[in-house]
Structures are given as structure tokens and as C-alpha cells.
Design a protein around this ligand. Structure first.
Ligand SMILES: *Cc1c(COP(=O)(O)O)cnc(C)c1O
Length: 434
């Protein structure tokens, strides 16, 4: 094979496209067909009675989820975005309350608070795990702080011991966004109920899915009931249920259908394989990556498992010799053009730090008068560039995200990725001045 890099007209390392993940099998189809035959494709009813908590498949799926992980309450919702909103409502966030969140996450982790008039305050991240940094959380606490939204990003739990200690000290609620960490343990405990309440996404891109969907988990009976009320028109139910504190029980329709719940019952049986395969691939990839100076394989903290929703690599441009964008362009040229994002070998960064978004820059979320920031008119909220220097450096320069750790990928596929990295690094001189 010519050593000339493909970006300069050389022969690429690979011409065959990578397989795309296939998540739906005959079993899922059969489960859906059974519900279709029954005709009861959703059984929820928004008023008192047997079906206020959903139909048989919804209840079965919730039971299966609780049983598998040992959670007391599992409450399905039609997305984890709405699940996050229900959690925010349940813990009692009200206009002007501040919720501390990481900026390196999917936007919904932070926006959920805004729907209740809560104000996201962004703490910086740990440069090794990319998770929210407890030291930075402490600096964000004000008399208005009510909760911490913890996101276990890319598949690895955040530093929960330190976070829970801060929460107890300052009397804060802790919500765990486990969208990227289903079935993952932190020091032996499944994430989701280490804090007060948490939950999982079941959207198509997640480890297991129901197309769209989510599931809230908690050990707290009162929080569970609030979520059930919010999920299904709570205002109609509070009287008959004798709910004493009706604050934030105003409801919506966050109900999962029986069709999705039936898929969920099949998908839950696929999770163990999914996590095991990803862990095996990641170990293989990490071992091989560790021989390249300037590339640091995914870090896994002591006592943590990792779901590898994404595989994060640290890139040091001073050691590799070219900027990240140049390196990634050269790598991409060694592979066929992807049909979908999942087939990309490596991408630079993740979602841009959330506070860069126009909503935070202009403090314009609900209406045009600055709500919810306007609730605290004497507080000057700062979302300028530079407030979280670590996240900005990771996103702009140092983090490389690989979607290669997934069910359809083999060790032989990863060998091609490793060969491409080796080729680019050995011939880095070809990239200087490009
Ligand atoms: C996917 C995801 C969500 C949103 O979940 P949906 O089910 O798509 O609404 C929230 N937070 C994180 C970290 C996610 O990855």
C-alpha cells in the first residue's frame, strides 16, 4: 500500500462502508404485531380510574425496568426530554430557582428547568471524564440554587460521592440524566437513583430504544406520584387522590403508547449484550490507541462502569504536530464517505457548550421580556465565552469523539481505524502547511 496519505491522493485504508447498527429484530416486530392485533395501542386515560397509569404493556415495561435494576419506581414517558421536565417539576423548581448543570450535554438537560421558570447555571467539567466538576459546582451555588442536574456524559457516571456531599451540605435536589448510561453502576450502584430522581432516554440513538420514549426512576414515593401527575393531566387527579401539596402537579400528556412499551419489553432484553459488546470493543480500541503519543484513550474512573455511548479520545496538537481539524480531515480521507453520522470514524468535539446558544446569549427563552432570568432582576447572569474554560478547550481543541463503539462494529473494523491513525501519524509531515 502506498504510504501517501489518501488526503494527498494516496490509496485509502478502507473502501468498504461500516455497517449501520440494526436495532429492531423479529422479536420487536412480533411484540408490536400482538398489540396491533389487540387494538389497544394506547390505554392511558387522563382522569381517575384504572387506566390513569396506562395500559398493561406500559405497566409491564415499568415493572421490568424496576426489577432489572432494583429501582422502586419506574415511570415511562414519551421522551426523556419530557421526563426531565417532569423531574424538574417534581423536585419543586419554581420561577427564579437556579439549577446547576453541565454545559457539555444535550440541550434538554438544561432547558427542562426553563419550562418551570428555573435558570440554568453552568458549571465546568472535569477534563478527564468530561463530566460536571464538583469543585466548579460549589462555585456556582447561590442563595437561589435549588438543584443540581447531573448528566452522566458519554456513558460514564459523574463523581456522585462528591456531588451528593455538596447537595446535602446545601440542601439541593439532585436529578440524574442517565440518557447515555443505562445499566451502568457507580461504585456498585446503578445510576438513576443515587440522587433524588433520574431517568433514561429511549430515543432511537440510545443503547436500547422505543423509537421515542423515556423512563423516570426514583426511590421517593412523593416524587414518583408528582411525575405520574405531570405525565397525565395531574390537575384532574389531585382531588380524587387527596394530594396535599398540589404545587407543580399541573399536567401535560407525556404518555408512552402500548406499542412502544411492547418494544421496550423486548429491548430491555438486549441491553446486557449491547453493554458487553461495547465494553469489549472499547477495551480493544483503548489498548491499541494507547501506543500513539498525543492520543489519550477514553478514561474510566476507579469504581465506574462505562456504557460507551460515545468513545471520547483526548488529542494533543502539540504532540501530534497538526491541529485537530487537519488530523480529522486526513483520517476521514482514509475511509469511504459516510451515509449517516454513525459511520464517521471520528469527529471533533460534541454538542457545543450549551451557553453559547442564542437563548443564553440574549437571555431570551419564554416570551421577549427575558423570562426566566427577569424573575431575579437584581442578579446579573453571565453566559459569556470563557465562563467554563475546560469545556471550551475540550470542545474546540482536545476532544475527539468516536461513534465506532457500537453493536455493528467488529475488532477488524477497529483495526482499520488504528491502521489509519498509524498511517496519518507516521506521515504527519505531509499535512504540515495543508
Ligand atoms: C438523548 C438525551 C436526552 C434527551 O432524550 P430524548 O429521549 O431524545 O428526549 C437528554 N439528555 C441527554 C444527555 C441525552 O443524551
Amino acid at each position: 500500500m502506498s504510504k501517501k496519505l489518501a488526503i494527498n491522493g494516496g490509496t485509502p485504508v478502507r473502501t468498504k462502508k461500516f455497517d449501520i447498527r440494526k436495532t429492531i429484530t423479529e422479536e420487536d416486530k412480533k411484540a408490536v404485531a400482538e398489540v396491533m392485533d389487540s387494538g389497544d395501542i394506547s390505554m392511558f386515560f387522563g382522569s381517575p380510574g384504572a387506566f390513569w397509569l396506562g395500559g398493561s404493556k406500559v405497566k409491564e415495561f415499568e415493572n421490568n425496568w424496576s426489577k432489572k435494576f432494583g429501582f422502586k419506581h419506574s415511570i415511562t414517558v414519551n421522551s426523556w426530554t419530557t421526563g426531565l421536565m417532569a423531574c424538574i417539576g417534581a423536585v419543586g423548581i419554581e420561577p427564579g430557582d437556579e439549577v446547576i448543570c453541565t454545559p457539555y450535554t444535550m440541550s434538554a438537560s438544561a432547558t427542562a428547568a426553563i419550562f418551570y421558570g428555573g435558570i440554568p447555571i453552568f458549571a465546568d467539567i472535569d477534563p478527564k471524564t468530561f463530566n460536571i466538576d464538583p469543585k466548579s459546582i460549589e462555585k456556582c451555588i447561590s442563595p437561589r440554587t435549588k438543584a443540581i442536574m447531573v448528566v452522566h456524559i458519554f456513558g460514564q457516571p459523574a463523581d456522585m460521592d462528591a456531588i451528593m456531599a455538596i447537595a446535602r451540605k446545601h440542601n439541593l435536589k439532585v436529578i440524574e440524566d442517565c440518557a447515555q448510561t443505562p445499566g451502568i453502576r457507580y461504585k456498585g450502584r446503578y445510576v438513576g437513583t443515587i440522587g433524588d430522581i433520574g431517568g433514561f432516554s429511549l430515543n432511537y440513538h440510545k443503547h436500547i430504544h422505543t423509537g421515542e420514549g423515556g423512563i423516570i426512576v426514583t426511590e421517593n414515593d412523593e416524587l414518583a406520584q408528582k411525575c405520574q401527575l405531570i405525565r397525565n393531566h395531574g390537575e384532574n387527579l389531585v382531588a380524587s387522590l387527596g394530594v396535599k401539596d398540589i404545587s407543580n402537579t399541573l399536567g401535560s400528556n407525556y404518555r408512552l403508547t402500548e406499542l412502544q412499551a411492547a418494544i421496550g419489553n423486548v429491548q430491555i432484553t438486549k441491553l446486557d449484550y449491547c453493554l458487553k459488546h461495547r465494553a469489549k470493543l472499547a477495551k480493544y480500541f483503548s489498548d491499541k490507541l494507547s501506543k500513539f503519543p498525543g492520543l489519550t484513550p477514553a478514561f474510566v474512573a476507579e469504581g465506574s462502569e462505562h456504557a460507551y455511548y460515545q468513545y471520547p479520545i483526548k488529542f494533543d496538537e502539540n504532540i501530534v504536530g497538526v491541529p485537530r481539524a487537519t488530523f480529522l480531515k486526513a483520517i476521514a480521507a482514509e475511509f469511504p464517505k459516510p451515509d449517516i453520522w454513525e459511520q464517521t470514524v471520528m469527529v471533533g468535539g460534541y454538542v457545543a457548550p450549551l451557553y453559547w446558544a442564542p437563548m443564553y446569549q440574549t437571555q431570551t427563552a419564554i416570551g421577549k421580556k427575558g423570562f426566566p432570568w427577569s424573575v431575579n432582576p437584581t442578579v446579573k447572569y453571565n453566559y459569556s465565552r470563557g465562563i467554563c474554560p475546560v469545556v471550551e478547550r475540550m470542545h474546540e481543541k482536545e476532544m475527539i469523539n468516536s461513534p465506532m463503539i457500537r453493536e455493528a462494529v467488529t475488532e477488524a473494523d477497529l483495526d482499520d481505524v488504528i491502521n489509519a491513525i498509524e498511517k496519518v501519524i507516521e506521515n504527519i509531515g505531509e499535512l504540515k502547511g495543508l
